[in-house]
Design a protein around this ligand. Structure first.
Ligand code: GNR
Ligand code: NI
Length: 178
C-alpha cells in the first residue's frame, strides 16, 4: 500500500482519455488499494486513477460522513447509461485543483453501469452527492475537469493561477507547513 502523488493542474495527463480495464486482476486490486490510501490521506471523497497517473477507468469513492464508519466504493469501467433532464447545482472541488471550489450544474439523477472488484456487473441509480461525484469522476476518465463546466472567465483565471504557480515551481496554494 502506498500514498501516491496526485497530479495537479495544468498537468497534461489529466486530459488523457483513460483505457477500460480488460480484466479485474491482482494488479487492478493493488492499484485500487493505492487509490484508497491516497484518497483517504488527501483527504477526498472520490478519486480517478488518472489523478495518480494511471490512465485506467477506475474510480474509488467514500461518501461516509467524517464521524461515521468508512464506506469504500469502487467503480471499474463506469458508464452513464442515462441521465435525468432535471438538474442539480452542487459546489465541487477537485484534489487536482486544490482549494478551488465552484458551483456546477449536472443532471440530478444518473443510471450508472460498472464492474466491482470481482468483475461483476452492477447498475445503480444515483442521486444527490453520489450522482454529482460519479459524474465528476467519470469526467476525469474522459480527460474532463469540473472547471470545464464553469464560465470561461472563471476557468481561464484558475488555469492561469495554477500554470503560473507550476512555472515558479511552487504550489498554487499556501502551505500550512511553514
Ligand atoms: O474530494 C472531492 N470532493 C468533491 C466535492 C464535490 C464534488 C466532487 C468532489 S470529488 C473530490 C475529489 C476529486 O477530485 N475527485 O476526482
Ligand atoms: Ni476531481
Amino acid at each position: 500500500m502506498a500514498v501516491r502523488d496526485i497530479l495537479i493542474l495544468p498537468d497534461k495527463r489529466l486530459r488523457l482519455e483513460s483505457k477500460p480495464v480488460a480484466k479485474v486482476d491482482a494488479a487492478t486490486r493493488k492499484l485500487v488499494e493505492d487509490m484508497f490510501e491516497t484518497m483517504y490521506d488527501a483527504p477526498g471523497i472520490g478519486l480517478a486513477a488518472i489523478q495518480i497517473g494511471e490512465p485506467k477507468r477506475i474510480v474509488t469513492m467514500d461518501l461516509a460522513k467524517k464521524d461515521e464508519p468508512r464506506e469504500p466504493q469502487v467503480f471499474i469501467n463506469p458508464e452513464l447509461v442515462s441521465t435525468s433532464g432535471d438538474k442539480n447545482i452542487h459546489e465541487e472541488g477537485c484534489l487536482s485543483i486544490p482549494e478551488y471550489y465552484e458551483e456546477v450544474e449536472r443532471p440530478a439523477r444518473v443510471l450508472v453501469r460498472y464492474l466491482d472488484l470481482d468483475g461483476k456487473l452492477h447498475e445503480i441509480e444515483a442521486e444527490g452527492l453520489l450522482a454529482t461525484c460519479i459524474q465528476h469522476e467519470i469526467d476525469h476518465l474522459n480527460g474532463v475537469l469540473f472547471i470545464d463546466h464553469i464560465s470561461k472567465l472563471k476557468r481561464d483565471r484558475v488555469i492561469k493561477k495554477f500554470t503560473k504557480a507550476a512555472k515558479l515551481g511552487k504550489p498554487a496554494i499556501k502551505s500550512t507547513a511553514d
